[in-house]
Design a protein around this ligand. Structure first.
Ligand code: MN
Length: 244
């Protein structure tokens, strides 16, 4: 064991009106509970400085947040695409590509799974309810306490998500109106809801490049099994802190 806990860069929210950078509850606490050290990443950083920061980090967490500029996956922004944060888009796409390039662990949560997919060449539904018309979709924007699981997913055996829950049927929360459409090259779909919406992906050849569409950071305090994603992520990052 290293004397250093794995250092995890976490991407922030940004309030453009108040010019405030912040993070919601659950992410930093989950990293700490799993044995890591979370640090909030700066927005508006020059790329060479950001690359320098990435070199010192052992892993990356892309947090939940607003919608991605559809231009980043080659589409016009449709009326139902929501709020866009160009500062987050540029920081997080850089981080996602850096994680894949360097082999360092990355966990993408909600917006994070979408960023991971788009950064590596995949696409999104800008609004699943407007763009998927050939079937009835279940509710993915829940009206229930944030920690409460309102839909279940079918998990692929042997996947990273499987190693966390160790079973096929897992029930999770849901706060999204967008989802992955075309999966980026190199990534595997590891779970879906009953309506076929992609709820998690992982890179086939990376030690831990995992995206989940749900919010484990809002669930683990109520139900410890959901801390497992953080634990597996921090375990993978510990390999990189061990050499320091
Ligand atoms: Mn969902």
């Amino acid at each position: 064991m290293s004397k250093y806990k794995p250092l995890i860069g976490v991407t922030p929210f940004y309030d453009y009106e108040k010019k405030i950078t912040y993070i919601k509850h659950g992410y930093m606490e989950g990293i700490a509970e799993a044995g890591g050290l979370g640090v909030l990443l700066p927005l508006m950083q020059k790329e060479d400085e950001l690359a320098d920061i990435c070199k010192r980090l052992d892993g990356f967490l892309i947090s939940g947040g607003p919608d991605i500029d559809a231009g980043l996956f080659g589409e016009e922004n449709l009326p139902f695409n929501g709020e866009i944060s160009p500062l987050r888009d540029s920081l997080e796409i850089f981080i996602a590509r850096e994680a894949i390039r360097s082999g360092k662990p990355i966990l993408g949560i909600c917006r994070g799974i979408q960023v991971l997919n788009v950064a590596l060449g995949g696409t999104l539904y800008q609004d699943i309810y407007s763009q998927i018309k050939n079937k009835v979709l279940i509710k993915h924007s829940q009206n229930a306490p944030k920690w409460y699981p309102t839909h279940c997913i079918a998990v692929e055996e042997g996947s990273k998500v499987w190693t966390v829950y160790k079973r096929e049927r897992v029930c999770v929360n849901s706060f999204h109106h967008q989802a992955i459409k075309d999966v980026a090259d190199g990534f595997l779909v590891t779970s879906r809801t009953s309506d076929g919406i992609i709820e998690s992906i992982e890179h086939a050849k990376h030690v831990f490049a995992v995206g989940v569409q749900w919010h484990p950071e809002l669930m683990w305090e109520k139900d410890k099994q959901h801390l497992g994603l953080f634990t597996k992520f921090i375990e993978a990052a510990a390999v990189f802190s061990a050499g320091k």
